[in-house]
Design a protein around this ligand. Structure first.
Ligand code: NAD
Length: 507
């Protein structure tokens, strides 16, 4: 049995790995919860206990917010120059890179992500810190000259204490999207990781602790959403909430945050269309359609989960996708050959299986998968699954399944493709495949989605904004756009000379 409590060696045989108890990280100290309660997490590949985790309650949030508040109101972090903060972020990036193998392996144990994909997530995590170290140094306000009489200028200032509430999918990489810009801007942070995937947040706490962040600047409180997360949202000492998770949770959080008028950035669910026109590069489009849904175990907010195919190639394209789907290697996420690992938790597996049953009941054609793979009796494994001949009214077309389930249907023409793409409540991402470049842009621009990829899988330059429309969220991560959220913009108006002021009250 292999154990760890820090960034040391953590390798062990899959299934036999167990983690040392996980504590909150508050004011630079790892500590148990005030009430002494804890909960257990499971290894998704085996459903064996993985870690015993401190359960945070209101009083733990209180301690963490107090520490973050003090670090913000009185500490050095918000008062450092941007280049000094950038140096710390660079050190964090280097620490992540130095421990990349262990970090990737931890993500495998914690969430069941296949190791090859976890390695790229670890690299991207380091890059996120490095990127924000660069961007913060280039963040500049503007000056407005008003003749020779006035000068006005704008300043970006940190907001205060940032509450970050994270989901269990790709927790390491997604947390870094939030942590890096929040810290770069000079805020202090209280992070509430998802209860099913606490280990990467614990690792962040160790790495950031070793990277020279002053005590109280970064805090982690583990626990459940309705207790620990809700307490963070309600706390009057918290200035903003960055939430990534389900749409229904996002609505609850925004309603609760309204009581203390906190700004919220909510990155929510998706049901993103992949539109394949008859003139598309067939092979590339097949590659992208298959990778777009089955990578990261299908537990991906930008997954291309609805495949819309032009009538003329519908049959051939669906057959080609079916062939590849049936051949996807499902198995031990620690095995570099594995393409699809176990789902995060038995409850989530049951939810995804519920959608497969609903699809069959509603009359969709189950072409591939739908069941537990042979020989994988333990863990939350599910075959890569493809439904064809789906109808827009079906639940599997409308609702986010968040697992390895792809649904396909034909479209007649451009107008119908757009109508179908927009026929859901979500609007996160969309993918369009056609060699007609005008058509690609027309369709792309008419789709109600925050991000559209034309003839491309989900490759995103860190400078571009990330975010959805409709019920997929409010706000943008990425690039300098993140600082619109993590900073207050202040305007200073200054007179350069005496100027006429209406003289009220003069006799
Ligand atoms: P979730 O909404 O169940 O939980 C997310 C986090 O919110 C967890 O930490 C949870 O403990 C906390 N939480 C739950 N109830 C709360 C409450 N009342 N108050 C405060 N906190 C609360 O989501 P999940 O199942 O962990 O994640 C999957 C979802 O996240 C999917 O819908 C997926 O599409 C979405 N997601 C979106 C993006 C994006 O960028 N748009 C990225 C990743 C995941």
């Amino acid at each position: 049995m292999t154990t760890t409590s820090n960034t040391g060696e953590i390798f062990g045989e899959a299934g036999s790995f167990s983690h040392e108890p996980v504590f909150h990280y508050i004011n630079g100290r790892f500590q148990a919860g005030q009430a002494g309660r804890s909960f257990e997490t499971l290894n998704p590949a085996t459903n064996q206990p993985l870690a015993q985790v401190a359960e945070g309650l209101t009083e733990d949030i209180e301690l963490a917010v107090r520490a973050a508040r003090k670090a913000f109101d009185e500490g050095s972090w918000p008062r450092l120059s941007t280049s000094e903060r950038a140096q710390v972020l660079m050190r964090i990036a280097e620490a992540i890179e130095a421990h990349a193998d262990e970090i990737a392996q931890l993500e495998v144990y914690d969430v069941g992500m296949p190791i090859t994909q976890a390695r790229s997530q670890a690299a991207r995590t380091a890059e996120n810190f490095r990127f924000y170290a660069r961007v913060i140094q280039n963040l500049a306000g503007e000056a407005y000259q008003v003749g020779k009489r006035f000068l006005n200028y704008t300043l970006y200032k940190p907001v205060g204490v940032a509450g970050l509430i994270m989901p269990w999918n790709t927790p390491l990489m997604l947390s870094s999207w939030r942590i890096a810009p929040a810290l770069a801007a000079g805020n202090t942070v209280v992070l509430k990781p998802a209860e099913w995937s606490p280990l990467s947040a614990d690792l962040f706490a160790h790495l950031l602790d070793e990277s020279g962040l002053p005590a109280g600047v970064f805090n982690v409180v583990h626990g459940f959403g309705e207790s620990c997360g809700a307490a963070l949202v309600a706390h009057p000492g918290v200035n903003l909430i960055a939430f990534t998770g389900e749409t229904t949770t996002g609505k609850t959080i925004m309603a609760s945050a309204a009581a203390t008028l906190k700004r919220c950035s909510v990155e929510l669910g998706g049901k993103s269309p992949v539109i394949v026109c008859a003139d598309a590069d067939f092979e590339q489009a097949v590659d992208a359609a298959v990778f777009g849904i089955f990578s990261l175990n299908g537990e991906r907010c930008t997954a291309g989960s609805r495949l819309l195919i032009e009538e003329g190639i519908y049959h051939d394209f669906v057959e080609a996708v079916a062939k590849r789907t049936a051949a996807i290697r499902v198995g031990d996420p620690s095995d570099p050959q594995t393409e699809l690992g176990p789902l995060i938790h038995p409850e989530h597996l049951a939810r995804v299986q519920g959608y497969i049953a609903a699809g069959q009941q509603e009359g969709a054609r189950l072409m591939v998968g739908g069941a537990r793979p042979h020989g994988l009796t333990q863990g939350n494994y599910l075959q890569a699954t493809l439904f064809a001949d789906v109808k827009p009214g079906m639940r599997i077309f409308q609702e986010e399944i968040f697992g390895p389930v792809l649904v396909a249907m034909p479209f007649r023409d451009e107008a119908e493709a757009i109508k179908l793409a927009n026929a859901v409540r979500y609007g996160l991402a969309a993918y369009v495949w056609t060699r007609d470049i005008g058509r690609a842009h027309r369709i792309g621009q008419d789709i109600e989605a925050g991000m559209v990829w034309l003839n491309s899988q989900n490759v995103r330059d860190l400078r571009t904004p990330f975010g959805g429309v409709k019920e997929s969220g409010i706000g943008h991560e990425g690039g300098h756009y993140a600082f619109d959220f993590y900073c207050n913009l202040q305007t200073i108006h200054m007179a350069l000379d005496r100027h006429a002021i209406p003289r009220f009250g003069v006799e």
